[in-house]
Design a protein around this ligand. Structure first.
Ligand code: ATP
Ligand code: MG
Length: 577
């Protein structure tokens, strides 16, 4: 390919629409353009990167026995009604009607469609296990599409679904995918960490891991142990709780005047008590029911844990009116003592152990001191419902947890029989008995992975592609296109490189060398071969390594072999994982 012919509109300016570096650089490097919020066109260079990521994924899926197919994007509402998700998926589901008024959805994920396929085609245990996958556009009407390819409304995903005969075989499929994912992300040249995660809306109770690319710009917060392999999304991270038998004597409950003190800081300042002596009471609507959730004053509530404990489909903070209704006070003065009757009180395990704590008094401008759980109010439920932070003990060993941020590039789930039960996907076992298929699902954000790779691989000049996913391995840059000798050598190098399987392009534009070098750095080709005056005079060219910045001078006649070896070695190294 010649750069003069290529649709590669690079930009000098930082586009106003972009916040994170991957988004900025993909726009500047002419790899993508916005079509609508969260919807993008992938330009030729951007699409080459995506195709490489897809190819790596395909190879690793196929190696594990995955079979590629293609499911429809347009999915009938009936299947979603059958699984029970039509009404719970919410606004993220793109819904549409056909000319007959029938409801459809644009697939955000494909459990329903694939389960429908398999229930119709698979009858016998002999046909299982099955690992079926596709790489396709997904549609999610995200509340906040942002960060370019990171959170799109149309994005590319690889999704594989496993169908097994029993739990033990599901564990095997899960293990295979976990292993394949580790290889895929290693081959894509990103640093990642698998973390324990929450199953969220997709459901299933058998366990799930997210693969996180470590990056400051990541939307996910994770913790990992400084000594063992424990790592978890903070939504999931377990709090270590050692029960303390308090020796403190329980004092009598007392109401104190706390005018205007609504926040933990204000109350603790006014009463001269540290935040860990206070109890934070938060009011939620769990589906239709109002509940109170209590955590220690110095802790944050973990809504994901709370929702799991309650088993609710939807959990939202109560509005001011509801708070006033159940507490008879302004917001900021809620507490578990004297709360409206019938409200469930979910208490964090730490709170259950507190002695003489402070809570709101359900009265504006008043708090209780010397509140003792069990004596002054009855918790309906005691559970781990708080956020875990860096510095806390590891739940698996003696180590300490470290906080970090990550980009979720993939997730593996053990679904169990959730969908096979809802849709009736059964098979006949060895004894001729009907059994439910045991399922798993495994997703990789293809477009998000490409963006995540940039978050980790860039400098002030542009992208630094890892060799296995670079749009081209090398760019050949003649310093002066007017110089016939230089052009002859450059063209010959470019053609020979292409001939030996190196993906090369020729920057034949009649531009100043500085412009061409800047573009080469911006786009991030791993190797730049500069053909200048020395090419004709001394028979040498310069090879610049984008990542290290190192420049090698090599003889023209050795250049092709040398470059081929560099490319092959780097790709071979990425395969050794
Ligand atoms: P998130 O928590 O980031 O919204 P998710 O848990 O909803 O993601 P999954 O349903 O597990 O995502 O989808 C599998 C993979 O698809 C994710 O790991 C991620 O890499 C990718 N993905 C999900 N949503 C988006 C999106 N809006 N844009 C780009 N990639 C996405
Ligand atoms: Mg997920």
């Amino acid at each position: 390919m010649k750069v003069s012919q290529m649709l590669n509109p690079t930009l000098r300016e930082v586009p106003a629409e972009a916040e994170v570096i991957s988004h900025i650089l993909m726009l500047r490097a002419g790899m993508m353009r916005k079509s609508a919020s969260g919807v993008y066109t992938y330009l030729p260079l951007g699409y080459r990167v995506l195709k490489k990521v897809m190819q790596i994924i395909r190879e690793e899926m196929d190696k594990k026995g995955g079979q590629e197919l293609m499911l429809p994007i347009i999915q009938p509402a009936e299947l979603w009604l059958e699984s029970g998700r039509w009404n719970v998926y919410g606004d993220e589901l793109f819904r549409l009607k056909d000319r007959h008024g029938r409801d459809f959805a644009l697939g955000p994920t494909h459990e329903e469609i694939i389960t429908d396929l398999v229930r119709g085609e698979v009858r016998s245990y002999k046909q299982l296990p099955l690992l079926l996958y596709q790489i396709q556009n997904k549609y999610r009407d995200e509340r906040r599409p942002r960060f370019g390819l990171m959170r799109g409304r149309e994005f590319i995903m690889k999704d594989l679904y496993s169908f097994d005969r029993n739990q033990a075989e599901l564990d095997e499929s899960y293990h295979k995918m976990y292993d394949a994912y580790s290889r895929i992300f290693t081959r894509c040249g990103v640093q990642f960490r698998p973390v324990e995660a929450d199953a969220g809306a997709i459901g299933g109770t058998g366990g799930t891991h997210e693969f996180m690319v470590m990056a400051e710009s990541g939307e996910a917060a994770i913790v990992y142990c400084d000594q063992c392999t424990y790592a978890a999304n903070v939504e999931k991270a377990e709090a270590v709780h050692v029960r303390e038998n308090s020796t403190e004597e329980m004092l009598s409950l007392e109401e104190v005047h706390t005018p205007g003190a609504k926040t933990i800081e204000e109350v603790s300042g006014m009463l001269m008590l540290s935040a860990d002596k206070l109890i934070k009471t938060l009011v939620y609507i769990s589906d239709e029911e109002t509940v109170a959730a209590l955590v220690r004053g110095d802790r944050e509530i973990n809504e994901v844990k709370l929702q799991n404990v309650l088993g609710s489909v939807q959990l939202v903070m109560a509005d001011e009116r509801t708070v006033r209704d159940v507490t008879a006070a302004d917001t900021g003065f809620a507490g578990p003592v004297g709360l409206k009757k019938g409200i469930r009180i979910v208490v964090d395990q730490e709170v259950a152990d507190m002695t003489n704590a402070v809570t709101g008094a359900n009265k504006t401008d008043a708090h209780y001191i010397n509140v003792n759980p069990g004596r002054d109010f009855d918790p309906t439920l005691v559970a781990d419902i708080r956020m875990v932070k860096g510095g806390e003990p590891c739940p698996r060993c003696e180590g300490k947890l470290i906080e970090a941020r990550g980009i979720e590039v993939g997730q593996v789930f053990k679904l169990g029989t959730k969908y096979s039960e809802a849709l009736g996907a059964k098979f006949l076992d060895e004894n001729g008995r009907e059994q439910l298929m045991v399922m798993g699902c495994y997703g990789i954000g293809v477009s998000r992975t490409a963006a995540a790779a940039i978050e980790q691989n860039h400098d002030q000049d542009g992208i630094i592609w890892p060799m296995p996913i670079a749009p081209f391995h090398a760019v050949v840059v003649p310093v002066s296109t007017k110089d016939e000798n230089q052009m002859k050598i450059a063209v010959s190098l470019y053609e020979s490189l292409t001939g030996v399987g190196v993906e090369a392009i020729l920057d034949d534009r009649n531009e100043r060398p500085g412009v061409k070098f800047k573009d080469a750095d911006l786009v991030g080709y791993p190797l730049r071969i500069v053909v200048g005056s020395k090419a004709a005079e001394e028979g040498t060219v310069e090879i610049k390594h984008r990542r290290s910045g190192n420049v090698e001078t090599v003889k023209v006649e050795n250049a092709v072999d040398h470059i081929k070896t560099i490319v092959q070695d780097e790709i071979a190294a990425s395969l050794k994982c």
